[in-house]
Design a protein around this ligand. Structure first.
Ligand code: HAM
Length: 439
């Protein structure tokens, strides 16, 4: 019974190793996205004067217990924790803010200058249920402003840098959602009001929310279950409960965003999944294709985090954006990376003698700073030009027997099919002239 056989076969374990669940290889075809994002983030960091910081991938697990919060999903269920031979309990970092704050204190960066504007990029690890836009290993770009004053200008600058990141990557329909969750003075009051409201609906809450109601009421606003969503509609509005200091701070952030013409949507139910936030919180989504992937950048103010780590009260604000999500949205929105191949030539040969000459020509071009592709191991010219086509290289330089004899080279425009021959010794000059003309 062939059908039966096939069924059994599909159950056979694979002969090859695979990546662990929720972790992915980044193949050459995706590298151009990574390069573009990396370049854009570095340029923005440079322009807005953020210094790069790199922290280890492993940190003491307690760092995250203290800062991200004991009751958060990250600490409760998602950390990769290990015990070293020396007995230390370490965690693969699930996020970058706590490590940066730890480094700020450890190296007394506050004494160098105030505020510290820091930028980082690297892998994070969370043992989540993998789905679209949610992985167990993912990379974040983060910007943090730590120290100085709690001026709303800094909240705005953090949001602006992420707004520019999406804009530079040509991501369309970005929707910035923003809220304020108050401070030590006004938040406890709001939490109590929230608890009182939810107590009346306790029997209709999902089991997670029953637990949140007791332990972490603000997170009730984060629940996406249908029954809880309905209850959420009539919750007290946090923005009505802010103290005057928080209210003024938030209004000023919004005024600055208006001044910069950065559009936003107020979302009084945005609370975020980490416990260290106070006052401003924000997330940016790409509406339309890619919306299902979740927030791109997300962040907020975290004025009390340094205290949690034993430091002084230090104002701070920041955000981070998942690179895989950026790439997925760029693909969903069909954003082309273009340009890279337009300043590249393809060297092709017709015949064994020409192949040898081409080998030298490729090296000469590289030496002259001309990006060059080739498919010299292919014998047929057609097969070689197919590679050029696949790579999107617009110009082919072709050498055959006759060209070797005449010490010339054919320049073929692969978009129009037009070609001419030029003396071999003038080829670098000729390519550079063409590029100048098309600037
Ligand atoms: P977060 O909201 O947990 O905040 O993560 C920030 C961004 O990282 C998300 O908006 C998303 O783009 C990406 N991300 C998070 N989890 C995953 C995942 N499992 N798979 C793929 N991408 C993911 C933080 O991490 C804070 N440290 C942000 C911050 C910086 N707040 C202040 N400063």
């Amino acid at each position: 019974m062939p059908l039966q056989k096939k069924k059994n076969k599909s159950k056979e374990p694979s002969r090859f190793f695979k990546t662990p669940k929720g972790m992915h290889d980044i193949l050459p075809s995706d590298q151009p996205y990574w390069d573009r994002i990396d370049r854009t983030a570095r340029e923005l960091a440079d322009f807005y004067n953020f210094g790069r910081i790199e922290t280890p991938i492993l940190e003491f697990a307690d760092l995250f217990h203290k800062t991200v919060g004991e009751e958060t999903d990250i600490v409760q269920k998602e950390m990769y924790v290990l015990k070293t031979k020396g007995g230390d309990i370490l965690a693969l970092r699930p996020e970058g803010t706590a490590p940066v704050a730890r480094a700020y204190l450890e190296h007394s960066l506050g004494r160098v200058s105030q505020p510290q504007k820091l930028f980082y990029q690297g892998p994070m690890f969370r043992h989540e249920n993998p789905q679209a836009g949610r992985y167990r290993q993912f990379s974040q770009i983060g910007f943090e402003i730590i120290g100085g004053s709690n001026d709303p200008i800094y909240d705005t600058q953090i949001i602006l840098v992420f707004h520019r990141l999406l804009e530079s990557l040509k991501i369309k329909n970005a929707n910035l959602k923003i809220n304020s969750i108050g401070c030590r003075v006004c938040r406890p009051l709001y939490k109590r009001q929230l608890q009182a409201y939810y107590k009346n609906h306790e029997k209709n809450l999902c089991p997670d929310c029953v637990w949140r109601l007791k332990i972490n009421p603000l997170r009730l606003l984060d629940c996406k279950r249908e029954t809880c969503e309905k209850i959420k509609e009539k919750t007290p509005n946090v923005l009505d409960k802010l103290c005057s200091m928080c209210s003024t701070h938030f209004k000023t952030v919004l005024e600055y965003l208006d001044e910069l013409q950065v559009p936003y949507t107020l979302d009084n139910q945005l609370v975020r999944g980490l416990d260290y936030y106070s006052r401003t919180v924000f997330e940016i989504f790409a509406e339309g294709p890619g919306r299902e992937l979740g927030a791109l950048p997300g962040g907020g103010r975290y004025d009390y985090l340094m205290e949690l780590l034993g430091g002084h009260l230090t104002p701070a604000v920041g955000g981070a954006c998942g690179i895989e999500r950026l790439i997925a949205v760029m693909k969903a929105q069909d954003i082309k990376l273009g340009a890279k191949s337009s300043r590249r030539v393809f060297v092709a040969h017709a015949g064994e003698m020409a192949k040898k000459k081409c080998l030298k020509l490729v090296e000469d071009l590289r030496g002259a700073g001309i990006a060059t592709s080739e498919g010299l191991a292919r014998e047929s010219l057609t097969a070689q030009l197919k590679i050029a086509d696949r790579e999107g290289v617009p110009i082919a330089l072709i050498l055959g027997q006759r060209e070797i004899y005449e010490e010339r080279v054919i320049i073929r425009d692969l978009r129009t099919g037009l070609q001419e021959t030029v003396p071999l010794h003038r080829i670098v000059e000729e390519i550079k002239r063409r590029w100048r003309d098309t600037q």
